[in-house]
Design a protein around this ligand. Sequence first.
Ligand code: SF4
Length: 447
Amino acid sequence: MAPKYLIETAGCQMNVHDSERMAGLLEQAGYEATEHAADADVLVINTCSVREHAEDKLYTRLGEIRVLEEETGARPLVAVTGCVAQQEGNALLKVTNGRVIDLVLGTQRVKMLPTLVNQALSSSFPTIEISPWDNVSFPLGVARRTDAAKAYVTIIEGCNDRCAFCVVPHTRGIERMRARQEILDDVRLAAESGHREIQLLGQIVNHYSAPDRANYDFADLLEDVNAIPGVERIRFASPHPRHTGEKLIAAIRGLDKVCKHIHLPVQSGSSAILKAMRRRHSREDYLRLVDKLREAIPNIAISTDMIVGFPGETREDFEETLSLTSAVRFSTMYSFKYSPRPNTTASMRLADDVAEDEKTVRIVELQALQRDIQASIHEAMIGSTFEVLVESVSRRRDTEMSGRTMGNVVVNMPGAGAGIGDLAHVKIERAGAYSVWGQITTGSASA
Ligand code: SF4
């Protein structure tokens, strides 16, 4: 009987795709997937350390595995991977007194998983491998993609920026670009196996430059991906405002498969806080960029990330975050309370001086404003017909299907007549703050 593996994933799309890669590597090594830790021979916990809360999840899970061992006398080989593994390394063993963890694998060593699992299986001591590795190539066709409609394709790993709050450069290393040819082959393979939407991933995707072709940047890559048969939609995460220039804007406007949606993290509406965060652009720069985008692509949807309670943030600074939110009218926003992260300049040099209660007051206020903006954007969609890529059975009702517009709005529709991967035209009839509802129609789409 084939040994079994289970991968539990926390965090961002990059982590989800790393888990797809690790699943493929283990299956290549003869393992089969299982959904239960009690049945698994290998349990991979792929961690996120972007916020304190994310890290705590790992320790809770390790506690549960210890209980599983005490109750059943057996447990899977436990491999901790992802950003907490990279950040903590050896220190993780101290947290669990050396029990429960058999392998600690860093973010740049994913390809070594099967080899190191074998090593850990035959060793009575935990195996640690978190050293950096420049090689970002990954064998084609190995990743076990978990989504039938869309495929993640990594184009860059790591980041050379040093935003004061961000743990990523410490956990994912310096910026390393994947070869253009390998990216295009990966996209072609994903499209041939039925994935209609391609999501290009990188910490700063629009800083891409091909190591295997001179003067070839992200806009050029979008053009080449746009030409691959079977690709219906292209999305990317995440660009940085600093690298969003005319050429990229023209590519988003001109390439028919590129979604008219850009996720453009701003993090704060105050130039003083943006400076303290080392974002290297001001509030005014960001608003000018938004104007440029909307002038070139009038129906473009802009979503963002926002942090409240960054060290030194005054009520006035926060008011600027509120006013920028009202001015831009983001289609969606991922908003968080600031939490100090290990090794970041903010945690090392800035006092976390905004009280937790005050952070809560601000996040509640910001989310309420954003909810109203989203509800009114969705309200305005009623009566219009949109092209929707059907992605899955709706989380609301299993008689309904769910998908997204080009603008990344979640659309729920009756299940009959909509299959995963279909591009359906849906006339919107009802709207809420987080999604809309409509009927499939044969009519033409207005967006
Ligand atoms: S650009 Fe800034 S926020 Fe984004 S990954 Fe790099 S350091 Fe982090």
